[in-house]
Ligand binder design. Structure first.
Ligand code: CUA
Length: 302
Protein backbone atom coordinates (compact mmCIF):
# COMPACT_ATOMS: atom_id res chain seq x y z
CA UNK A 1 0.00 0.00 0.00
CA UNK A 2 2.76 2.43 0.89
CA UNK A 3 5.58 2.34 -1.63
CA UNK A 4 8.56 4.65 -1.51
CA UNK A 5 6.65 6.99 -3.76
CA UNK A 6 4.59 8.12 -0.79
CA UNK A 7 5.54 11.52 0.58
CA UNK A 8 4.79 12.60 4.15
CA UNK A 9 1.76 14.53 2.87
CA UNK A 10 0.02 11.54 1.24
CA UNK A 11 1.10 9.21 4.01
CA UNK A 12 -0.16 11.38 6.88
CA UNK A 13 -3.48 12.04 5.18
CA UNK A 14 -4.20 8.38 4.38
CA UNK A 15 -3.33 7.24 7.90
CA UNK A 16 -5.19 10.11 9.54
CA UNK A 17 -8.34 9.44 7.51
CA UNK A 18 -8.09 5.69 8.17
CA UNK A 19 -7.85 6.27 11.93
CA UNK A 20 -10.67 8.79 11.78
CA UNK A 21 -12.98 6.28 10.06
CA UNK A 22 -12.09 3.55 12.61
CA UNK A 23 -12.77 5.95 15.49
CA UNK A 24 -16.08 7.10 13.97
CA UNK A 25 -17.28 3.51 13.43
CA UNK A 26 -16.39 2.67 17.05
CA UNK A 27 -17.99 5.84 18.41
CA UNK A 28 -21.25 5.24 16.57
CA UNK A 29 -21.24 1.48 17.29
CA UNK A 30 -20.59 1.86 21.02
CA UNK A 31 -23.09 4.72 21.42
CA UNK A 32 -25.88 2.88 19.58
CA UNK A 33 -25.29 -0.33 21.59
CA UNK A 34 -25.23 1.63 24.84
CA UNK A 35 -28.47 3.44 24.12
CA UNK A 36 -30.09 0.15 23.03
CA UNK A 37 -29.02 -1.54 26.29
CA UNK A 38 -30.29 1.36 28.40
CA UNK A 39 -33.72 1.07 26.82
CA UNK A 40 -33.88 -2.72 26.44
CA UNK A 41 -32.69 -3.52 29.97
CA UNK A 42 -34.29 -0.68 31.91
CA UNK A 43 -35.89 -1.71 35.21
CA UNK A 44 -39.33 -1.08 33.70
CA UNK A 45 -38.82 -3.55 30.85
CA UNK A 46 -36.55 -5.95 32.71
CA UNK A 47 -37.47 -5.93 36.42
CA UNK A 48 -35.59 -9.15 37.31
CA UNK A 49 -31.77 -9.09 37.16
CA UNK A 50 -30.20 -12.10 35.48
CA UNK A 51 -26.89 -13.82 36.21
CA UNK A 52 -24.88 -14.42 33.02
CA UNK A 53 -22.23 -17.13 33.47
CA UNK A 54 -19.97 -16.09 30.57
CA UNK A 55 -19.76 -16.63 26.86
CA UNK A 56 -16.54 -18.06 25.43
CA UNK A 57 -17.09 -17.12 21.73
CA UNK A 58 -17.98 -13.54 22.74
CA UNK A 59 -14.92 -13.28 25.01
CA UNK A 60 -12.67 -14.43 22.17
CA UNK A 61 -14.20 -11.96 19.72
CA UNK A 62 -13.86 -8.93 21.97
CA UNK A 63 -10.28 -9.83 22.85
CA UNK A 64 -9.03 -10.70 19.38
CA UNK A 65 -10.78 -7.95 17.39
CA UNK A 66 -9.45 -4.96 19.40
CA UNK A 67 -5.97 -6.56 19.52
CA UNK A 68 -5.87 -6.89 15.74
CA UNK A 69 -7.26 -3.38 15.32
CA UNK A 70 -4.78 -1.76 17.71
CA UNK A 71 -1.80 -3.68 16.28
CA UNK A 72 -2.92 -2.67 12.77
CA UNK A 73 -3.10 0.98 13.81
CA UNK A 74 0.33 0.67 15.42
CA UNK A 75 1.71 -0.84 12.21
CA UNK A 76 0.50 2.02 10.02
CA UNK A 77 1.64 4.58 12.58
CA UNK A 78 5.08 2.99 12.47
CA UNK A 79 5.15 2.88 8.66
CA UNK A 80 4.14 6.57 8.62
CA UNK A 81 6.86 7.43 11.11
CA UNK A 82 9.45 5.58 9.03
CA UNK A 83 8.41 7.54 5.93
CA UNK A 84 8.91 10.78 7.84
CA UNK A 85 12.36 9.67 9.00
CA UNK A 86 13.67 8.13 5.74
CA UNK A 87 14.88 10.92 3.52
CA UNK A 88 15.13 9.97 -0.18
CA UNK A 89 18.77 9.89 -1.23
CA UNK A 90 18.34 12.46 -4.01
CA UNK A 91 16.74 15.08 -1.74
CA UNK A 92 17.82 18.71 -2.04
CA UNK A 93 19.69 19.47 1.20
CA UNK A 94 18.96 22.81 2.86
CA UNK A 95 20.12 24.07 6.26
CA UNK A 96 17.57 25.88 8.40
CA UNK A 97 18.55 28.03 11.37
CA UNK A 98 15.95 29.09 13.89
CA UNK A 99 16.81 32.22 15.82
CA UNK A 100 14.69 34.60 17.90
CA UNK A 101 12.61 35.34 15.77
CA UNK A 102 13.41 34.39 12.20
CA UNK A 103 14.11 31.38 10.05
CA UNK A 104 17.19 31.45 7.79
CA UNK A 105 17.61 28.99 4.93
CA UNK A 106 20.99 28.13 3.46
CA UNK A 107 21.39 26.30 0.16
CA UNK A 108 24.32 23.98 -0.73
CA UNK A 109 25.94 26.82 -2.71
CA UNK A 110 25.99 29.10 0.35
CA UNK A 111 23.01 31.17 -0.77
CA UNK A 112 21.03 32.45 2.23
CA UNK A 113 17.40 33.52 2.30
CA UNK A 114 14.53 34.18 4.69
CA UNK A 115 11.96 32.47 2.53
CA UNK A 116 12.50 29.06 1.02
CA UNK A 117 12.23 28.52 -2.72
CA UNK A 118 12.11 24.88 -3.86
CA UNK A 119 11.22 22.95 -7.04
CA UNK A 120 7.90 21.12 -7.28
CA UNK A 121 7.80 17.30 -7.06
CA UNK A 122 11.30 17.18 -5.63
CA UNK A 123 12.22 15.80 -2.22
CA UNK A 124 13.69 18.50 0.04
CA UNK A 125 15.49 17.71 3.28
CA UNK A 126 15.72 20.45 5.89
CA UNK A 127 18.56 20.18 8.41
CA UNK A 128 17.48 22.14 11.45
CA UNK A 129 19.57 23.90 14.05
CA UNK A 130 18.79 26.59 16.57
CA UNK A 131 21.05 29.51 17.41
CA UNK A 132 19.42 30.17 20.76
CA UNK A 133 16.35 28.51 22.25
CA UNK A 134 13.87 25.79 21.26
CA UNK A 135 11.91 26.52 18.10
CA UNK A 136 9.76 24.21 16.03
CA UNK A 137 9.56 24.29 12.26
CA UNK A 138 5.97 23.69 11.20
CA UNK A 139 4.49 23.55 7.69
CA UNK A 140 0.83 22.54 8.03
CA UNK A 141 0.32 22.16 4.26
CA UNK A 142 3.07 19.53 4.10
CA UNK A 143 2.08 17.82 7.38
CA UNK A 144 5.55 18.24 8.83
CA UNK A 145 6.81 19.63 12.12
CA UNK A 146 10.16 19.22 13.84
CA UNK A 147 11.89 20.95 16.75
CA UNK A 148 14.99 23.06 16.25
CA UNK A 149 17.10 22.36 19.32
CA UNK A 150 20.21 24.28 20.39
CA UNK A 151 23.26 22.02 20.23
CA UNK A 152 21.45 19.24 18.40
CA UNK A 153 20.85 18.47 14.74
CA UNK A 154 17.34 17.52 13.66
CA UNK A 155 15.80 17.14 10.21
CA UNK A 156 12.60 16.70 8.31
CA UNK A 157 11.74 16.27 4.67
CA UNK A 158 8.87 17.01 2.34
CA UNK A 159 7.94 16.91 -1.29
CA UNK A 160 5.55 19.54 -2.58
CA UNK A 161 3.16 18.17 -5.19
CA UNK A 162 1.78 21.53 -6.36
CA UNK A 163 3.29 24.90 -7.08
CA UNK A 164 2.28 27.69 -4.75
CA UNK A 165 3.21 29.53 -1.58
CA UNK A 166 2.91 27.80 1.78
CA UNK A 167 3.10 29.12 5.34
CA UNK A 168 5.84 28.27 7.80
CA UNK A 169 5.20 28.72 11.52
CA UNK A 170 7.20 28.36 14.70
CA UNK A 171 5.17 26.06 16.91
CA UNK A 172 7.27 26.12 20.08
CA UNK A 173 6.84 29.13 22.35
CA UNK A 174 10.18 30.92 22.11
CA UNK A 175 9.59 34.34 23.61
CA UNK A 176 7.95 37.66 22.83
CA UNK A 177 8.32 37.45 19.05
CA UNK A 178 7.18 33.83 18.77
CA UNK A 179 3.89 34.56 17.01
CA UNK A 180 5.75 36.64 14.42
CA UNK A 181 8.30 33.94 13.63
CA UNK A 182 6.79 33.25 10.23
CA UNK A 183 8.14 32.44 6.81
CA UNK A 184 7.02 31.12 3.43
CA UNK A 185 7.89 28.23 1.19
CA UNK A 186 7.59 29.09 -2.47
CA UNK A 187 7.20 26.03 -4.68
CA UNK A 188 8.07 26.66 -8.34
CA UNK A 189 8.70 24.53 -11.41
CA UNK A 190 12.10 22.89 -11.78
CA UNK A 191 12.97 25.25 -14.66
CA UNK A 192 12.15 28.40 -12.73
CA UNK A 193 14.04 27.06 -9.75
CA UNK A 194 17.13 26.14 -11.79
CA UNK A 195 17.22 29.56 -13.42
CA UNK A 196 16.81 31.36 -10.11
CA UNK A 197 19.41 29.16 -8.39
CA UNK A 198 21.96 29.52 -11.19
CA UNK A 199 21.34 33.27 -11.29
CA UNK A 200 21.83 33.68 -7.56
CA UNK A 201 24.95 31.51 -7.64
CA UNK A 202 26.49 33.50 -10.48
CA UNK A 203 26.03 36.83 -8.71
CA UNK A 204 29.37 38.26 -7.60
CA UNK A 205 29.93 38.35 -3.86
CA UNK A 206 28.76 41.81 -2.94
CA UNK A 207 29.38 43.94 0.11
CA UNK A 208 26.86 43.37 2.91
CA UNK A 209 23.62 45.28 2.37
CA UNK A 210 22.30 46.90 5.55
CA UNK A 211 18.71 47.18 4.34
CA UNK A 212 18.62 43.45 3.56
CA UNK A 213 20.45 42.56 6.77
CA UNK A 214 17.96 44.20 9.15
CA UNK A 215 15.38 41.87 7.65
CA UNK A 216 17.48 38.70 7.34
CA UNK A 217 19.04 39.03 10.80
CA UNK A 218 15.55 39.29 12.22
CA UNK A 219 15.74 42.93 13.47
CA UNK A 220 12.46 43.89 11.83
CA UNK A 221 10.65 41.19 13.80
CA UNK A 222 10.84 43.55 16.78
CA UNK A 223 11.97 46.95 15.44
CA UNK A 224 9.83 48.74 12.90
CA UNK A 225 11.34 50.91 10.17
CA UNK A 226 8.41 53.34 10.06
CA UNK A 227 8.34 54.71 13.60
CA UNK A 228 5.65 52.39 14.94
CA UNK A 229 6.19 50.51 18.17
CA UNK A 230 6.35 46.70 18.00
CA UNK A 231 8.40 44.85 20.64
CA UNK A 232 11.43 47.12 20.66
CA UNK A 233 11.99 50.75 19.70
CA UNK A 234 11.58 51.67 16.04
CA UNK A 235 14.79 52.12 14.05
CA UNK A 236 13.45 55.09 12.14
CA UNK A 237 15.37 58.32 12.56
CA UNK A 238 17.26 57.21 15.65
CA UNK A 239 20.77 57.95 14.40
CA UNK A 240 22.20 61.05 16.01
CA UNK A 241 19.20 61.41 18.31
CA UNK A 242 19.28 61.53 22.06
CA UNK A 243 17.72 58.60 23.90
CA UNK A 244 17.06 57.68 27.49
CA UNK A 245 18.54 54.36 28.54
CA UNK A 246 19.00 52.20 31.60
CA UNK A 247 22.60 51.10 32.17
CA UNK A 248 22.87 48.57 35.01
CA UNK A 249 19.64 49.99 36.38
CA UNK A 250 20.87 53.60 36.26
CA UNK A 251 19.06 56.02 33.95
CA UNK A 252 21.12 58.18 31.63
CA UNK A 253 20.87 60.06 28.36
CA UNK A 254 22.99 59.01 25.43
CA UNK A 255 23.24 59.89 21.76
CA UNK A 256 22.67 57.09 19.26
CA UNK A 257 26.01 56.87 17.47
CA UNK A 258 27.99 54.13 15.77
CA UNK A 259 29.36 52.79 19.05
CA UNK A 260 25.92 52.65 20.60
CA UNK A 261 24.46 50.68 17.69
CA UNK A 262 27.39 48.29 17.67
CA UNK A 263 27.04 47.77 21.44
CA UNK A 264 23.28 47.30 21.11
CA UNK A 265 23.81 44.54 18.57
CA UNK A 266 26.54 42.66 20.42
CA UNK A 267 25.54 43.37 24.03
CA UNK A 268 21.86 44.29 23.86
CA UNK A 269 21.44 44.16 27.64
CA UNK A 270 24.01 46.93 28.25
CA UNK A 271 22.04 50.08 27.53
CA UNK A 272 18.34 49.34 27.27
CA UNK A 273 16.05 52.09 26.00
CA UNK A 274 13.73 53.05 28.83
CA UNK A 275 10.24 51.62 28.65
CA UNK A 276 11.26 48.55 26.65
CA UNK A 277 11.95 44.99 27.86
CA UNK A 278 15.60 43.85 27.93
CA UNK A 279 14.96 40.73 25.88
CA UNK A 280 16.97 41.18 22.69
CA UNK A 281 19.36 38.31 21.93
CA UNK A 282 22.99 39.23 21.12
CA UNK A 283 23.61 39.21 17.36
CA UNK A 284 27.06 37.66 17.56
CA UNK A 285 26.53 35.91 14.22
CA UNK A 286 27.01 39.27 12.44
CA UNK A 287 30.46 40.04 11.09
CA UNK A 288 32.11 43.43 11.65
CA UNK A 289 31.38 44.37 8.01
CA UNK A 290 27.76 43.42 8.40
CA UNK A 291 27.42 45.54 11.52
CA UNK A 292 29.00 48.49 9.67
CA UNK A 293 26.50 47.97 6.85
CA UNK A 294 23.61 48.03 9.32
CA UNK A 295 24.97 51.22 10.91
CA UNK A 296 25.26 52.87 7.47
CA UNK A 297 21.69 51.85 6.68
CA UNK A 298 20.32 53.21 9.97
CA UNK A 299 21.94 56.57 9.17
CA UNK A 300 19.79 56.74 6.05
CA UNK A 301 16.53 55.88 7.87
CA UNK A 302 15.24 59.39 8.40
CU1 CUA B 1 10.56 30.33 17.48
CU2 CUA B 1 8.44 30.15 18.56
Amino acid sequence: MFGRSYTPIGMSDVIFLGFLVICLVLLVGITVTMVYFIIRYSRKRHPQAEQIPGNIPLEIIWTVLPTVLVLGMFYYGWVGFKTLRQVPGDALQISVTGRMWTWTFEYPNGLKANTLKVPVKKAVNLNLISADVLHSFFVPAFRIKEDAVPGMKTYLWFQAEREGTYDVFCSEYCGTGHSGMLSKIEVVSQDVFDQWYAGETAKPVKAPDGAALVVSAGCTGCHSLDGSRIVGPSLKGIFGEKTHVLTDGVERDIVVDEDYIRRSLLEPGKDVVEGYPAIMPAQTQLSAEEIDAIIDYLKTLK
